[in-house]
Design a protein. Structure first.
Ligand SMILES: Nc1nc2c(ncn2[C@@H]2O[C@H](COP(=O)(O)OP(=O)(O)O)[C@@H](O)[C@H]2O)c(=O)[nH]1
Ligand SMILES: [Mg+2]
Length: 379
């Protein structure tokens, strides 16, 4: 018998994907093709590039609508939810429509990628942080676990924790794109024993366009992995591939400590900046991927430096999508005076951590990226 190979098509233009000739249609870099898993939409490089500049958001919107439809079933059957969040990029921003829909269900939260945070970070403060952020959306999680894919965790423990809350009902796993859902499920499947006569399969969920992984838990209940929620408020979902290579951490993140006072600003490449408008000189810590570069400058020269850096690129990252001030949003925080550590976090990029002493801090970020102030993630 000859060898067979799956033929994959671009999800957008339908061209058969090939890794041989970059000039021919359907070309995709081999790494992307080999990384692809069966339930993921794959695009040829050309469509991927075009989509990012043209109909990216439209396409993602569609998928989120389908997720909402599937969650209608979860609500109707009183299912349990496993909500996966990536501990690095999560700044407390949840998809409102999804949160609203599932808030009455039993929700277990899993924070992933703990290994990206400094090793001295304790578990309990992270759990507290996650709990506080979900409560802001009126969600009281039944359980919260934090993991990294290098832990020697016993997935059985996790399963029994979920089982304890599901009352023999179905389980739906949700979370942003790249939050680590598939990695978790692969670990879970290693110890999974199928005691039913049904198979694990990928189905097109009835009434939607999306594929979900269906794992039988008993004769009458299933686990479903839903498609990723679009990261449309994350820097990681908005900026170009070259920038993502810099801002998405692969190893433990870096902490940069600076003393800043009124009149100082901290440039984060040309992607973002924090300006201290009011406040005495004190310690600020900025947490981000290792390759993200920062510089302390004078506030009054900040505009000039950003423009100059867009051309000379002495501080990475610089985005082609941020070429004029119109491409940024600007917010100003007046902090309380509680002497506690607080964060101002830019979803998918990093966060500034400091003791709140009534400062006024102005932040600029790429337009549409979520910015959030809260008690600190790392305390
Ligand atoms: N450092 C680190 N990376 C992780 C962890 N879990 C997942 N990843 C990486 O995050 C990316 C997305 O993971 P994946 O499981 O495909 O996420 P999904 O889109 O939610 O299914 C992959 O590159 C994974 O290797 C983790 O615990 N630590
Ligand atoms: Mg996945």
């Amino acid at each position: 018998m000859g060898k067979s190979k799956r033929v994959l098509r671009c999800y957008h233009c339908g061209a058969i994907l090939q890794c041989d000739n970059p000039e021919e249609k359907g070309y995709i870099i081999p790494e992307s093709l080999h990384r692809a898993v069966p339930i993921q939409a794959i695009y040829c490089d050309l469509c991927f590039e075009r989509m990012k500049s043209f109909n990216y958001s439209e396409l993602e919107q569609q998928i989120d609508q389908d997720i909402l439809k599937i969650l209608d079933d979860a609500v109707a059957t009183d299912a349990s939810i496993v909500w996966v969040v990536d501990l690095f990029s999560f700044n407390g921003t949840l998809n409102k429509a999804i949160a609203e829909k599932v808030k009455k269900l039993n929700i277990s939260v899993i924070g992933t990628k703990r290994d990206l945070l400094p090793p001295n970070v304790k578990e309990q403060p992270l759990v507290d942080y996650l709990k506080e952020r979900f409560i802001e959306y009126d969600i009281e999680p039944k359980s919260i676990h934090v993991f990294s894919n290098t832990d020697k965790i016993d997935p059985k423990e996790l399963i029994s924790s979920v089982n304890a809350h599901r009352n023999a009902h179905d389980v739906y796993m949700i979370g942003n794109n790249s939050s680590g859902k598939t990695s978790l499920i692969n670990r879970f499947l290693k110890v999974y024993e199928n005691k039913t006569n049904r198979q694990i399969r990928t189905i097109t969920y009835p009434g939607t366009q999306v594929k979900v992984l269906e794992v039988p838990l008993s004769r009458s209940s299933f686990f479903y992995e839903l498609p990723g929620i679009s990261q449309n408020t994350s820097a990681a979902g908005k900026l170009e591939k070259e920038v993502l290579k810099i801002i998405v951490p692969k190893n433990t993140i870096k902490v940069t400590t600076r003393t800043l006072g009124a009149g100082d600003a901290l440039m984060i490449g040309s992607l973002a900046a924090f300006e201290i408008i009011k406040g005495k000189a004190t310690t600020y810590r900025f947490y981000a991927a290792e390759k993200v570069e920062t510089r302390k400058v004078q506030s009054r020269k900040l505009d000039e430096y950003i423009v100059e850096n867009n051309i000379r690129r002495y501080l990475r990252p610089v985005s082609e999508m941020l070429m004029s001030y119109l491409d940024y949003d600007m917010f100003e925080y007046t902090m309380e005076n509680d002497n506690e550590w607080h964060d101002i976090a830019i979803e998918g990029l990093g966060w500034l951590s400091f003791v709140a002493q009534g400062q006024v801090i102005r932040v600029r970020i790429p337009k549409g990226v979520a910015l959030k102030e809260s008690l600190a993630k790392i305390r």
